[in-house]
Write a protein that binds this ligand. Sequence first.
Ligand code: 26W
Length: 800
Amino acid sequence: MKDISAQRPGKEAFRADILRHLTYTLGKDAGHASDYDWRMALSFAIRDRIVGPWFASTRRTWAENRKRVYYLSMEFLIGRILEDAAINLGLRDLAAEVLADLGQDFATLAGEEPDAALGNGGLGRLAACYMESMATVGCPSYGYGIRYEHGLFRQRFEGGQQVETAEDWLKTRNPWEFERPESAYTIGFKGEVAEKDGRALWTPDETVIASAYDTPVVGWQGRWANTLRLWSAKPTQAFDLERFNRGDYAAAAEPETLARTISRVLYPEDTTYQGKELRLKQEFFLTSAAIQDILRRYLETHTDLTALPTHVAIQMNDTHPALAGPELIRLLTDAHGIGFEEAFDIAQACLGYTNHTLLPEALERWSTWLVGNILPRHMQIIERIDSLHRRRFPNRPHYVGIVKHHEVRMGELAFISAHRVNGVSALHTELVKERLFPELNKLHPGRIVNETNGVTPRRWLRMANPALSGLITETIGEGWEDHLDRLTGLEPHVEDKGFRDAFAGAKRANKVATANWIARTTGISVSPDALFDVQVKRLHEYKRQLLNILQTVAQWHFIRENPNLPHVPRVKIFGGKAAPGYVVAKEIIHLINDVAAVINNDPRTGDLLKVVYPANYNVSMAEHLIPAADLSEQISTAGKEASGTGNMKLSLNGALTIGTLDGANVEIREKVGAENFFLFGLTADEVEERRKDVEHARHAILANQPLQDVLQMIAEGRFSPGQRDRYHGIVDRMWHHDYFLVASDFGAYHAEQGEVDRSYREADDWTRKAALNTARMGFFSSDRAIRGYMEDIWGVDSAL
Ligand code: 26W
């Protein structure tokens, strides 16, 4: 493919492009254009440059009859696109220059783009990183998702409590997508199944149209681009004219409203699954549209459906698209006349399933009644898959299976429908084998494989951290962005004081910028000389933000009791949303904000301790906070965090981790070196062991005076002066049902935070450790992860 530099426009040409879009696409005169107009014109000018590589990639895939990967995900947590696309195309600096000449500021315009939040957290952001890496490594692929009208809710704090409001990223024009009204499929629900000529005939009695919107995703240096195809629900019958003519105006629009409900809003739960009919409909809507589209594309150039697995790999991002198996089998049998067993084998050879969680409450189980009602034909197929599997594996234990106790277990369905099942970190994959699917693993040895998560270095280092990126390029030259292993080239320089000073200088500059941002957004003034201690992620009990805030209170108490000791100033930074129905998580948010209000106004501790919790954590806020972090909090109860990816972003940006042996922390610590990682806490096995003592929490609390003091202060209402009993629930749970072992790990955590302080005092040595983190994190590039999927699961070669 052509060298990207050859395609890069000159300054004049790019300026002309922007002005042409301003005039002819926006219909605005430069003299009267608003920031919005300029942003649109700039975005269209950049998008124009993506189209070339995009067409070239698509043509190559067709011409070379390449196998394609289809990544099915209910979530894509994309964030802003403008700067990321500009950087990948090598246009970032040129665009800034041209805009400056036009009296505009690139960063201001880019900062006004809405943050596309079509996802909840880790799983959705991983899908976005993987889309970018598939484009970077030249893996021909399509992402399939839902074009939610409303992404993840916006978060505000009122009196310290989370309040949700609707997100509306589509209120203004989305310049990145192309509407494809010609790519539309009918999606059916409910109805009857009959038999005709020996084939099942499903006649749905509800239908909607899935209509495609394509967003090109361009990889590093524009060498390849793929498509993210998002489906929007439209009515089959737009408007009931008869009702309208009768004067029933609201009812006339009813079918439209109902149909559009399916792609209206992203479900904000990422931990507790809820057996809601609309959610099941969303899952089938995505899956059916994707499978129909895949078969349509295949049949344009092929006739033999038995060869499908040679040309098509379908990846299910968790079980949310697990109806892909039944839907593919349905189309192969009912529409194309293939026998059931053969159809099953074809589907299985195409499908892969990624598991992202072991939490029992997050495992999807749909009632057979609901599935039978909404998807009667699929319910039959699911039963047949289950009995086929039972027949093929007669030694399958009676308690193993897809349909049990009037529920369809989506994990088992996905496992049995797929030829590969993968976990997302080494530890997690072992737990998937041993704890989640022990019997299926025995029946199918080798099916479960590990693909440790990764993050895209383009967004999470090059774009988010220009200061450090500049230093890296100065030190080891260009090319590390798509060969992240080359960061090891920094290691020899870590022994050079000049390099360490430059590294510390980059971190310091990021912290100054973040301190200013914190002052602007929260009104709290923090010192950039303090240790920036960051815990950013969804709120969940297993992630133990509670452990962090309890230790913060202990530290505050300690400083007050020992005013004459030399303390290391710290800024505790929290970010994250709680699912709207997750009462305990919301209480923890409230507590953090209440504690912050007390500590931040305590003249006795002053700059020695601040707690900030900016509302509405999202991808853009992550890009801002992560480069400024000194310490990364990865403190989940061991065995609960499947992988984590924020842990990777923080360490890559030169934060040291304080963490448990959970998820990818284990591998991060192995790579960066135990001496550059603050480890504490019970292991996954010890956690299981400790739970056998029903009084584990009481024992742990009684053995730890600082923790007792903290719980006492909270119980007395020190942080809720107007309402003494506000946190009695939290305190009570700590004593009696501390399922996530906050108490048992408190002592070790508190002690290790002391180690962090001692290390931070040795500023130069801290910088050495931080730089070694950056230098040794190359493994965690999502390019490496994607190459693993291509080789172990998809059987696809790079087209580059
Ligand atoms: C049906 C409700 C629901 C929705 C989403 C249940 C569970 C989920 C996701 C599986 C939760 C999730 O995002 N898991 C995270 O996936 C990341 C990417 O692999 C991992 O890094 C995180 O450890 C894991 O919590």
